[in-house]
Design a protein around this ligand. Structure first.
Ligand code: PHE
Length: 338
């Protein structure tokens, strides 16, 4: 039996070492250690070995099994290494890894979040409204008569239904006053749409941030102080800001706000970024009519509103000289804000 075990071991080790792949190796394992394997069968014969030899034969069997198992494991590792190396043939693993491109926030998102952050710290809460509006919320309630040029089909995108793409976020003022009562202090960031000729400072879809503050003693100095503080927080305390008298149907008095834009290599120029003013009492009256109460009594409440272009704010903040860069999604441009 001793010779038999030795012969099986020699044969098995030879087969293992000759195995060309994992499959051949597994065959070799089954042939010797499987249920009907040569060593298994011999081991089964141990019951017929005379008592005094049993221990020696048992040791021999164990030694053979240990040696064969170790050889199987070693060979498997060796075969896997060969397979791995074959899989990597022609690949230079010392080359730098392929670059993973990580995205970053768009400049408009950055400026919007920053603007919202400043205004929220000043006590303004976020408000929202639909982009597809009706004429009442976009114009009528904002004291904008039917013959006002902004309502012209040449300036505004109308649907056949008579609805339109809001031309400004001021419609959110109306929606907020319909459902809330003074005091109100809200901001509404969102898209606005105009049939503008597209050029370096105009797009037909742009982003506004509307603000509304209604109370019992809100005055023009509050408006000026709030917006100056906001712009200085956003662009730095030395930023030049000017208020130009203007006209909006829904505010009286009204102003446009310009900020000085400085682009490297260009002469500084004023760029209009916002409209603002004290809410016209006519707006309060149409709100009261639509609410069927007197919550916005023009004798008691006053307020200011402002609407600014976030795209313009981004242009000033980073000295971007063409608004179209904001929608082209050219990675070379966007990378600069990462
Ligand atoms: N809605 C005006 C615009 O789009 C801006 C504005 C908002 C002006 C609020 C006054 C008050 O130009």
């Amino acid at each position: 039996m001793k010779e038999q075990i030795e012969a099986i071991q020699t044969e098995a080790l030879a087969q293992i070492s000759a195995a060309a792949d994992e499959r051949a190796l597994d065959d070799a394992r089954v042939a010797v250690l499987g249920k009907k394997g040569t060593l298994t069968l011999v081991a089964a014969g141990i019951k017929d070995v005379p008592k005094e030899d049993k221990a020696a034969v048992g040791q021999l069997l164990n030694a053979a099994r240990t040696a064969i198992t170790a050889a199987l494991e070693d060979k498997q590792i060796a075969l896997r290494e060969v397979a791995d190396r074959a899989a990597l043939a022609g690949i230079d693993v010392t080359l730098p890894a392929r670059q993973v491109h990580v995205g970053s926030l768009h400049p408009l998102t950055l400026i919007r979040d920053q603007a919202i952050g400043i205004l929220r710290r000043m006590g303004f809460a976020l408000a929202d409204g639909p982009e597809i509006e009706d004429e009442f919320h976009c114009f009528d309630a904002l004291n904008t008569p039917a013959d006002h040029p902004a309502r012209n089909e040449k300036d505004t995108f109308y649907f056949d239904s008579g609805k339109l793409l809001r031309t400004h976020t001021s419609s959110v003022q109306i929606r907020t006053m319909e459902t809330q009562t003074p005091p109100i202090r809200i901001i509404a960031p969102g898209s606005a749409y105009r049939r503008d000729e597209i050029d370096a400072t105009h797009l037909s879809v742009f982003n506004q941030l509307e603000g509304l503050y209604i109370g019992t003693d809100v005055s023009l100095p509050d408006l000026k102080g709030t917006l100056e503080y906001f712009l200085h927080e956003l662009f730095g305390p030395s930023t030049e800001v000017r208020f130009r008298p203007h006209f909006f149907p829904f505010t009286e008095p009204s102003f446009e706000i310009d900020v000085k834009l400085t682009v490297k290599g260009q002469a500084p120029k004023w760029i209009e970024i916002a409209g603002c003013g004290m809410v016209d009492p006519a707006v309060f009256e149409s709100i009261n009519k639509s609410r069927k109460d007197n919550a916005f009594d023009p004798e008691k409440v006053t307020g200011f509103a402002f609407g600014m272009g976030l795209d313009r704010l981004a242009m000033i903040r980073w000295g971007i000289k063409d608004i179209r860069l904001l929608i082209e999604n050219d990675a070379r441009f966007l990378k600069q804000f990462a």
